[in-house]
Design a protein around this ligand. Structure first.
Ligand SMILES: [Zn+2]
Length: 461
C-alpha cells in the first residue's frame, strides 16, 4: 500500500534528480532519438547478407598466409585496392611502408632421449637459425623465469624449455618475447616454448619474439602444450631428455609494402576523420582469417554499407588495412608519420583485432566527456547486444596515433575461442561465423557513422 508523499519530500527528490542529471555532460535522449533510424538501417543492411564473411573467405583462401615481405601479402593488398575501387570507395590508395622480411625456412625437432620421436615444432617469428645439422643438447625444463634463475647453473650448454601454464595472453606471452633472452643469459644454446594457448589440441602457435643486444641470439621455437608437458614429466622422473633442433630461418633486407586506404569523404568537414580498420598481414601459418583479415573486412564493409545506403556523414570515414602488425607495426608507424600534420583532425580511431566473433561493444581510451558520448552511441547497438562500452581500449596499429592524442577504440567480441587458433595453422575462414561477422559490421558501421556525423565533434581532453 502506498503512503501519500508530502510535497516538501517530493520537491527535494525532484531537485536531487535534476542535480544528478545535470552532471551528465550530454543528455541521452536527443542523440539516440536523432540517430536511431539511421542506426537501424545500417544494422538491418549489415544483417541482411553474408558479404563480409564471403569476402574474408575469398581473400584468405585465394592469397593464403600474409607474413610481411611475402608474395601472398603483396598480391592480397593489390586485390583489396582493386576491390575497394570497384566498391566505389573514394581516395582509394596504397600508402608506402617498409616492412621486415623474415623467412622461416626448413625446420624440425626430434626427441633423441629417452626415446626417439619427431617433435612437432614451429619457429618463433624473428628467430635466428641453428647451425647446419641442428643443435643437439640436453633439455632443462622450467615453469617460469624465476625457476630459470634458481637453476641457471644447470642451463649452461642446454636447450631451455619454458613449460609455462596459460595465465591469460598478456602474462604468458612475456615468455615468447623474453624467453630467448633469459635462456641466453643463463648460457643456453637454444630455447623452446610451450605454445601460448589455453587449448591443448596438439597445435602449434608462433608469434613475435625478442632478442637483446647484450646476450647471444639463440634459436627459439614453440612446441605443443602436450609435448612440453611430456618432456617436463620425463625430467621430473629423473630421465635425461635430449632434443635435436634444426632451423634455417633468415632475416632478409626490409621489403616495400603498403597500408591500403579507402574513404567516404565527409560532406561538411572532410578534413576531420574517423579512421577504422584492422591489419592485413598475418603469420606464415594458417590464413590469418581471424587475425586479422576479418577485422579489415568488417571495417571495409561498414564503409561500403554507408555508401550503398547513400549515407554521407559530416566528417570523413577512412578505412585502413594496416600492414605488419605482427612483427614490426611498421604500418601503424608509417600511418602516423604520413598523417602527422593532420592528426589534429583525427576525431577517433577504431581497430578490430580481437577476432570478429559475436560483438559485445567497444573499449575506449579518451576523455570522460567523450566516453559519455560513445556510450550513448553504443546504446544504439542494444538490439544486437553490442552496447557495452568499457573504459580502456584501442589496438596495436592505432597505438602510434593514440600516443599522439587521437582517441582510440577497439571492437570487443566474445573472445573465448580466439587464442585456440591464434597464430596457428587453424586460423582459417571456417572459424568465423557469417552472422557474427555481420553483427561486427553493424557495430563498426553505427559507431563510425554516428561519431563522424555528430554536430559537435567528439571532445578530446
Ligand atoms: Zn592481429
Amino acid at each position: 500500500m502506498r503512503q501519500p508523499v508530502p510535497l516538501t519530500v517530493l520537491l527535494l527528490v525532484v531537485a536531487a534528480v535534476r542535480a544528478a542529471t545535470a552532471q551528465q555532460p550530454v543528455p541521452d535522449a536527443p542523440l539516440q532519438a536523432r540517430y536511431l533510424g539511421v542506426a537501424d538501417r545500417l544494422i538491418d543492411s549489415a544483417l541482411a547478407d553474408s558479404v563480409a564473411w564471403q569476402r574474408m573467405a575469398r581473400i584468405t583462401d585465394s592469397f593464403g598466409p600474409r607474413l610481411a615481405g611475402s608474395e601472398g601479402l603483396s598480391r592480397a593488398l593489390e586485390f583489396i585496392l582493386a576491390e575497394m575501387r570497384r566498391d566505389g570507395l573514394e581516395n582509394v590508395r596504397g600508402e608506402p611502408a617498409m616492412v621486415p622480411h623474415w623467412v622461416r625456412g626448413e625446420e624440425s625437432a626430434e626427441l633423441i632421449e629417452p626415446r626417439r620421436s619427431p617433435l612437432p615444432m614451429l619457429g618463433l617469428g624473428g628467430s635466428v637459425a641453428t647451425p647446419r645439422g641442428g643443435i643437439t643438447a640436453e633439455v632443462l625444463v622450467v615453469s617460469s623465469f624465476e625457476e630459470l634463475e634458481r637453476r641457471a647453473a644447470e642451463a649452461r650448454g642446454r636447450i631451455v624449455l619454458f613449460d609455462v601454464p596459460w595465465q591469460g595472453y598478456g602474462r604468458t606471452v612475456e615468455y615468447r618475447f623474453g624467453g630467448a633472452i633469459a635462456a641466453a643469459r643463463a648460457g643456453a644454446v637454444a630455447a623452446l616454448l610451450r605454445s601460448v594457448t589455453p587449448n591443448a589440441m596438439r597445435t602449434l602457435h608462433t608469434g613475435a619474439m625478442g632478442y637483446d643486444t647484450a646476450v647471444a641470439r639463440i634459436p627459439f621455437a614453440a612446441l605443443t602444450v602436450e609435448d612440453a608437458a611430456m618432456l617436463h614429466r620425463m625430467q621430473e622422473r629423473g630421465e635425461r631428455v635430449v632434443v635435436r633442433l634444426a632451423m634455417a630461418a633468415r632475416t632478409l633486407p626490409d621489403a616495400p609494402s603498403q597500408n591500403v586506404v579507402g574513404e567516404i569523404v565527409g560532406a561538411e568537414r572532410p578534413d576531420e576523420v574517423v579512421v577504422i580498420g584492422g591489419h592485413t598481414d598475418s603469420w606464415d601459418v594458417g590464413t590469418g582469417a581471424m587475425d586479422d583479415m576479418g577485422g579489415v573486412v568488417v571495417a571495409w564493409e561498414a564503409v561500403r554499407l554507408m555508401r550503398r545506403l547513400g549515407l554521407r556523414p559530416r566528417r570523413t570515414v577512412r578505412v585502413v588495412g594496416w600492414v605488419n602488425e605482427e612483427n614490426g607495426v611498421r604500418g601503424g608507424l608509417a600511418y602516423r608519420d604520413a598523417h602527422r600534420d593532420r592528426l589534429a583532425g583525427h576525431v577517433l580511431a577504431i581497430e578490430s583485432d580481437g577476432g570478429v566473433f559475436r560483438p559485445t561493444g567497444f573499449g575506449f581510451s579518451g576523455s570522460d566527456s567523450a566516453l559519455a558520448v560513445v556510450r550513448q552511441i553504443g546504446g544504439l547497438l542494444r538490439r544486437i547486444g553490442a552496447d557495452t562500452v568499457t573504459r580502456g581500449g584501442g589496438g596495436v596499429d592505432i597505438g602510434p596515433i593514440a600516443e599522439l592524442g587521437v582517441p582510440a577504440m577497439g571492437l570487443n567480441t566474445d573472445g573465448v575461442r580466439y587464442f585456440w587458433y591464434h597464430h596457428g595453422t587453424a586460423d582459417t575462414a571456417d572459424k568465423l561465423d557469417p552472422r557474427e561477422m555481420a553483427q561486427c559490421v553493424a557495430a563498426m558501421a553505427v559507431m563510425a557513422y554516428v561519431v563522424a556525423d555528430l554536430p559537435e565533434r567528439l571532445p578530446r581532453n
